[in-house]
Design a protein around this ligand. Structure first.
Ligand SMILES: C[S@@+](CC[C@H](N)C(=O)[O-])C[C@H]1O[C@@H](n2cnc3c(N)ncnc32)[C@H](O)[C@@H]1O
Ligand code: SF4
Length: 379
């Protein structure tokens, strides 16, 4: 019998320095804890042998924080442990991604990733403007990104994502245009473009509140977003999720699986899992993660019944540009989503936020700008 599919997420919570806008669970200057941390992650993977053997592993995603800040031998240890515990001969048919930051990788590190089975890189750039990079607290310049990118290509990495940001303080449309022009020339297979979220209690929020940094207006930010969408589509990228663009067949499998409500297991501090209709998360506290017994670090956040699972399927699916496929919904839940969510869909269609195509329920272009209003209906 065919095993069900499972994605694996590994969280590496270390960074060289904290960026001003970031509230991810990541800690600067904790070199002395790295060896102990990896040891604990390996123990966690070993403990879940039974689950890992029950499934077919389809994706592995090593995210952070900055996974490339730690010694590459730790990344090799993690992947070798997964292979051993999940009984995988090699990682060739699995999408294996690592997030890397310019300024933290060398040719040796990239080569080591390649030899360990990593076949996809996600490079955090944000903007090609050095002044802006400094304003938002990045440790690198554009040239560092170029060095990393070119070395990765030289070593044969043929699936590379670049993260960009829009709506940054002092960023204008000219800056966005220039970043895009420079990145498009390099032809990365995938580009993520995130609108800044001004997170609570970040240095950036304080500076904006104090009037020391000025954000572009909402209208200016939307103009940047529309520009990004048009220019990337013009250059052959498919806009497949609110913030994600890819050449055909190069969509991130890891992310697509999450938006299609497929199962995944997370290892490391703050990592989330979704297995057998239950959502779990590991503690966000690094010391607790290191010190507590493995059976004390996980909390169940939600046990889904059919109704909550259906609502969540809509919520996740409506992040994708092709939305929720009615046939797939019927196959999964045995019901027509148009009947179940008749009131919500009717209201959103009348507001011009949602449309029903032949077999898909999807955001309109107005809905793309006001997606939060759509998602609210399915919470
Ligand atoms: C998990 S982060 C870490 C990746 C890597 N450490 C880096 O910064 O290059 C992935 C991406 O999320 C985006 N991001 C982080 N904080 C954000 C925020 N407050 N608003 C919007 N995007 C954010 C950035 O583009 C970042 O590259
Ligand atoms: S490097 Fe990435 S994870 Fe670390 S602080 Fe910056 S944005 Fe956050």
């Amino acid at each position: 019998m065919l095993k069900p599919e499972l994605g694996i997420y590994i969280h590496i919570p270390f960074c060289k320095q904290k960026c001003m806008y970031c509230d991810f669970v990541s800690f600067p200057n904790q070199e002395e804890k790295q060896a102990q941390y990896i040891e604990k992650v390996l123990q966690e993977i070993n403990q879940e042998k039974e689950i890992l053997l029950k499934y077919q592993i389809t994706t592995i995603y090593i995210g952070g924080g900055t996974p490339s800040v730690i010694d590459s031998k730790y990344i090799t240890d993690i992947l070798n442990t997964i292979k051993k515990v999940a009984n995988l001969e090699n990682l060739e048919n699995i999408e294996v991604t690592i997030e890397v930051n310019p300024g933290t990788v060398t040719e040796e590190k990239l080569l080591s990733y390649k030899n360990s089975g990593i076949n996809r890189l996600s490079i955090g750039l944000q903007t090609t403007n050095d002044r802006l990079l400094k304003t938002i607290g990045r440790i690198h310049k554009y040239q560092d990104f170029l060095n990393t990118y070119k070395t990765a290509r030289k070593l044969g990495f043929n699936n590379i994502n670049t993260d960009l940001m829009i709506g940054l303080p002092t960023q204008n449309l000219k800056d966005v245009k220039k970043s895009l022009e420079e990145i498009i020339m390099l032809k990365p297979e995938h580009i993520s473009v995130y609108s800044l979220i001004l997170e609570e209690n970040t240095p950036m929020e304080r500076l904006v509140d104090q009037g020391k940094l000025k954000l572009p207006s909402d209208e200016a930010e939307r103009r940047q977003y529309h520009y990004v969408k048009n220019i990337l589509e013009l250059n052959g990228y498919i806009h497949y999720e609110i913030s994600n663009f890819a050449f055909p067949t190069k969509q991130s499998k890891h992310n697509c699986n999450c938006w299609e409500q497929k199962e995944y297991i997370g290892f490391g501090v703050s990592a989330h899992s979704y297995i057998s209709k239950k959502r779990y998360s590991n503690t966000n506290n690094l010391n607790q993660y290191l010190e507590k017994n493995l059976n004390e670090i996980k909390t169940i956040n939600e046990i889904q019944n059919q109704e909550s699972q259906e609502k969540e399927y809509m919520l996740l699916g409506l992040r994708k540009l092709d939305g929720v496929q009615i046939t797939k919904f019927k196959e999964k839940f045995g019901k027509n989503p148009i009947y179940i969510f008749r009131n919500e869909i009717k209201k959103l269609v009348e507001q011009g936020l949602l449309e029903i195509d032949l077999d898909n329920i999807l955001l309109t272009s107005k809905g793309l700008d006001l997606a939060n209003l759509v998602w609210e209906e399915f919470i």
